[in-house]
Design a protein around this ligand. Structure first.
Ligand code: AMP
Length: 269
């Protein structure tokens, strides 16, 4: 990166937002503009600091990086927010700029079956700022806990688990549905309301006494995560924590995980 330049992630909440105008190829720094992710007529709002020399980052309409600067910004989004944006927050107020993550969820009634209110996380994923903050906040309680493996559960647990692993400097391990993992696996079955389900992990994915953080998008009955805890135990790993984006507090999922350090970003009462 050239001196005086800095890659910044699009859409991060910041008191001084700048806009990159794709039409004119210029930056406008707009102190006090708190609008996030303006995407009207090709203008996209990016995080900026006054006086900072910024270089063009081009994104497709789907938010994918289209040049190396944009790719760099995306790569940096894998770092902690503190590393990417260096302005220190006042002591004791680390939630000063917290995004209301719940407002990025979409309720879909009767999906995938009648009677289920599905919590759709795709609007949260589509927002660079909300997705990044969710990953930051999932990882934060487990920094300095010596986590060496982050285990994500298929499939939405992969989306959050991998960036959390990067933030913690840990490896990522997938737990998958039967028949998906190519090498030798260990399996665990668990009860559903009607019938049962099975999940698998590679037999060599976690070494004895490795410290493991488990990640999934949502805690409902807790059956899936309790089975994942069993799998980690079968391989000799030590579960130091379990992180969810969403917890449905009206279901007894937490009881199934008694004794575990359970962390949830959004608690639905
Ligand atoms: P459970 O084993 O009952 O805790 O279910 C957890 C898994 O089912 C998670 O991987 C979720 O992705 C999914 N899940 C369960 N209920 C919902 C819901 N209401 N909305 C979205 N996903 C759900």
């Amino acid at each position: 990166m050239e001196p005086g330049t800095r890659n910044l992630e699009p859409g991060t909440r910041n008191p001084e937002l700048g806009t990159w105008n794709l039409e004119t190829g210029t930056w406008n720094l707009e102190p006090g503009n708190r609008d996030l992710e303006k995407q009207n007529s090709g203008i996209r709002t990016l995080q900026a600091e006054p006086g900072l020399l910024l270089r063009p980052a081009r994104f497709s309409e789907h938010g994918e990086p289209e040049n190396s600067f944009a790719a760099g910004a995306f790569a940096l989004s894998c770092l902690s927010i503190d590393a990417v944006y260096s302005r220190p927050l006042p002591k004791g107020s680390d939630n000063q700029q917290m995004i209301d993550l719940e407002s990025f969820l979409r309720d879909v009634p009767d999906f995938p079956k009648p009677g289920i209110l599905f919590k759709d996380i795709t609007p949260l994923l589509a927002s660079p700022a909300a997705f990044k903050e969710a990953c930051d906040r999932l990882a934060k309680p487990f920094a300095n806990k010596g986590v060496t493996k982050v285990v994500g559960i298929e499939s939405r647990g992969f989306i959050f688990g991998a960036p959390v692993a990067q933030r913690l400097g840990a490896g990522f391990v997938p737990i998958r549905k039967p028949g998906k993992l190519p090498a030798e696996t260990v399996s665990q079955s668990y009860q559903l309301e009607y019938g049962s389900d099975t999940i698998e992990i590679h037999a060599d994915a976690i070494g004895p006494r490795e410290k493991v953080l488990l990640v999934d998008d949502l805690l409902a009955t807790g059956g899936t995560m309790a089975a994942a805890v069993e799998l980690v135990a079968k391989l000799g790993g030590e579960v130091v924590g379990i992180a969810f984006v969403i917890e449905l507090c009206f279901l007894p999922g937490r009881d199934k995980l008694a004794g575990q350090n359970v962390h949830a970003l959004i608690q639905i009462k």
